[in-house]
Design a protein around this ligand. Structure first.
Ligand SMILES: [Zn+2]
Length: 234
């Protein structure tokens, strides 16, 4: 194969991959689908109804990851400042943390399994430790209050989070795939459409890279439309 042919086939491969890889931003729920999902939570038997609603709201509006929800404690709620603080570290040795620790130790030569377990739980990256305002709507604020009245921490494991989301999606009879990470993407898209700027959006979602926030903002088209209208309707 000539240099040119190999370059063009690499490009073709990359292009094909870009077209066929599924990203969670493609599974974003519309506002209507999200409302249907929330409504359907109440069809589940108690206490699964409340747990499902809590998960859908903190994932689908505040952008929490599944692992963050399953490790959440009410100490993370700052009621005066109305902030949900995702910490750098929350001591834990649940099955999920142990499995993640084994993986981390396998990928890193100077990290022993014991040390990796000790550092658990921690969020995905350093930038994932963040403060999330929860007074965006009364609905959210009330849901967090009710959660704190019932629980000190999320009462189930990481896999239960997936199950609750699946149960709610089935009850809502939603087409397409609904899973915790697509709810996180739904939160991003929701704020991008509302016109939240790249830097605060990045901080809210805890990304180390600004480009991810810019991608969601570009897809939403809100910033583009606002800028063009401002330029043309002076
Ligand atoms: Zn854990």
């Amino acid at each position: 194969m000539t240099q040119h042919q190999s370059e063009s086939s690499t490009w073709a491969k990359r292009h094909r991959r870009a077209l066929t890889t599924r990203h969670s931003h493609e599974d974003v729920l519309t506002d209507r689908e999200f409302e249907l999902l929330l409504e359907a939570c109440s069809e589940l038997p108690s206490p699964r109804d409340f747990q499902a609603r809590f998960i859908c709201l903190v994932a689908g509006r505040l952008g929490l990851r599944g692992g963050e929800i399953s490790h959440l404690t009410t100490d993370w709620f700052d009621w005066d400042r109305k902030l949900l603080q995702i910490p750098q570290h929350e001591p834990c040795a649940c099955g999920y943390c142990r499995r993640q620790a084994v993986q981390e130790a396998n990928h890193c030569d100077d990290l022993t399994e014991d040390k990796a377990v000790e550092s658990r739980w921690h969020p995905k990256t350093v930038s994932s430790a963040r403060a999330i305002p929860f007074d965006l709507s009364l609905r959210l604020e009330l849901c967090l209050e009710r959660f704190a009245n019932r629980y000190d921490s999320f009462p189930h494991s990481r896999s239960t989070i997936n199950r609750r989301v699946n149960e709610a999606a089935e009850a809502a009879d939603l087409r397409g795939r609904v899973y915790p990470h697509c709810l996180r993407a739904t939160a991003t898209s929701y704020h991008a459409y509302q016109g939240v700027a790249p830097v605060p959006l990045q901080a809210l979602m805890g990304w180390s890279d600004l480009a991810t926030a810019q991608k969601y903002i570009r897809i939403s088209g809100t910033a583009t439309a606002d800028a063009l209208r401002q330029a043309h309707h002076r």
